[in-house]
Design a protein around this ligand. Structure first.
Ligand code: NDP
Ligand code: HSE
Length: 424
């Protein structure tokens, strides 16, 4: 039987999962591709580190070019993460006519277009199913299974760490800092959780998904982003009372010739399927003009789920399944807009005295902001009270103009939160 030689860059969480699956599902894989997958060489940083997988010691190297320039290796799997040196390694691998599989969303969101073109020029494949949604086959679903659709809307919970934190705040009453510590203890959040909690990770992923769904290269800089660091327990409680759950959503919508993208915390109706996605799970909700609404749900990270997506790309290359290339991606087919025409939840802390509600409401009226509901609670001990407004759909700039004026009122202690309310 013929062999396919793999060179793997990195032997951490995802690469270990990949090796384990190749071992325990070997019969199934060989039956599928009629070839044996052989791990020829593995790049690591620290060759003396004890590994959870059992490979011969001479498989490991600290010299990437022992893999990239190896004539016997057909597929290179990049699992070191980060932009550099992964970018240089992938470029050189493609120029050496090696197929490349990667899970590196930061790199793809930054240099994806160039790397796809390089793959095309060299007649090889660049595949990246594991870069979004871990084990969820979302990229293949968009590019292959639903390729007959024009996509109108994508909304995803595509960061497991923030979904875990928000779920713990909602279901177990944890404060934000406690929930972050718990996510770190369980290995979801890194020691520095900023890429997850500030929304960068979700922005990389929605840039990748929207580029392939809308056939237009979307840059991360096109995506307004807001993380979850300002979400408080009070907001979680109000959301629940009003019939919502707060989720970090990454969304992309296309209408006429415009695309609007965003990563932001949002009130999601508690009966919407995305509200049922809890803890570290991910889900992507798609609307295509033929298939209608569809939602994919599963583990967005982890050794085996992510390894499964990487292995699927390898199998696809070996089976030589066709895939569109970067040349079909149009740089400026659609105009990218940032209107944020949505409903908003706005929570104020105000002095509890007559006329405050009327003053605030009159500024909203002046800025064309129509109110859906108002909730005024009992005052806090210090003569202040929370005041919550839900608006009807309005552009964010109207909200910002109104809040600029309201923030100068001496009766307003603080504008505590502004969160989008999604009614789908
Ligand atoms: P890990 O940190 O667990 O592993 C990284 C591996 O790469 C380690 O083996 C490390 O070597 C090696 N490495 C890192 N930098 C270098 C370098 N400069 N030269 C040589 N070797 C290097 O990463 P993960 O497995 O978690 O992630 C890999 C990729 O997959 C990333 O792009 C990540 O974003 C993506 N991803 C990860 C998911 C997950 O659940 N973890 C989910 C989806 C995507 P050593 O062991 O010697 O230190
Ligand atoms: N940090 C990511 C998450 C891991 O929390 O979803 C996988 O991309």
């Amino acid at each position: 039987m013929k062999s396919i030689n793999l060179g793997i860059l990195g032997m951490g969480t995802v690469a270990s999962g990949l090796i384990s699956i190749i071992e325990f599902n070997n019969t199934k894989i060989v039956g599928n591709i009629d070839k044996q997958l052989v791990i020829s060489k593995v790049l690591v940083k620290d060759i003396s580190k004890k590994r959870s997988v059992n490979l011969p010691a001479d498989t490991y190297t600290t010299d990437a070019y022992e893999i990239i320039n190896n004539k016997d290796i057909q597929i290179i799997v990049e699992l070191i993460g980060g932009i550099n040196p992964a970018y240089e390694y992938i470029r050189n691998a493609l120029n050496n006519k090696k197929h490349v599989v990667t899970a590196n969303k930061a790199l793809l969101a930054t240099h994806g277009e160039e790397l796809e073109q390089l793959a095309h020029i060299n007649g090889v494949r660049l595949m990246y199913e594991a870069s979004v949604g871990g084990g969820i086959p979302i990229i293949n679903t968009i590019t292959e299974n639903l390729s007959a659709n024009e996509f109108e809307h994508i909304a995803g919970i595509i960061n497991g760490t923030t979904n875990y934190i928000l779920t713990q705040m909602t279901e177990n009453g944890l404060e934000y800092e406690q929930a972050v510590k718990e996510a770190q203890r369980l290995g979801f959040a890194e020691a520095d959780p900023s890429s997850d909690v500030d929304g960068d990770d979700a922005a990389y992923k929605i840039a990748i998904l929207s580029s392939i769904a809308f056939d237009q290269r979307i840059s991360v800089s096109d995506i307004p982003k807001e993380g979850i660091t300002k979400i408080s327990k009070e907001d979680i409680i109000y959301a629940k009372e009003l019939g919502y759950n707060i989720k970090l959503l990454a969304s992309a919508s296309k209408s006429n010739n415009e695309i609007e993208l965003r990563v932001h915390p949002a009130f999601v109706p508690s009966d919407h399927p995305l509200s049922t996605v809890k803890n570290e799970f991910n889900a992507v909700f798609l609307k295509g003009n033929a298939v209608g609404e569809i939602m994919l749900y599963g583990k967005g990270a982890g050794s085996l789920p992510t390894g499964s997506a990487v292995l699927n790309d390898i199998v696809s290359i070996v089976k030589n399944e066709s895939r569109k290339y970067a040349e079909s991606i149009n740089a400026d087919k659609y105009k990218i807009v940032n209107r944020a025409y949505k409903k908003y939840y706005i929570r104020f802390e105000v002095i509890d005295k007559p006329g405050v509600l009327a003053r605030i409401a009159s500024v909203f009226g002046k800025n064309n902001i129509s109110l859906d509901s108002v909730v005024q609670r009992q005052k806090n001990g210090n003569n202040t009270a929370p005041l919550v407004f839900i608006t009807h759909d309005i552009e964010r700039k109207n909200i910002d103009n109104a809040l600029k004026e309201i923030s100068n009122f001496d009766c307003v202690i603080q504008i505590a939160s502004i969160i989008v309310v999604e009614d789908f």
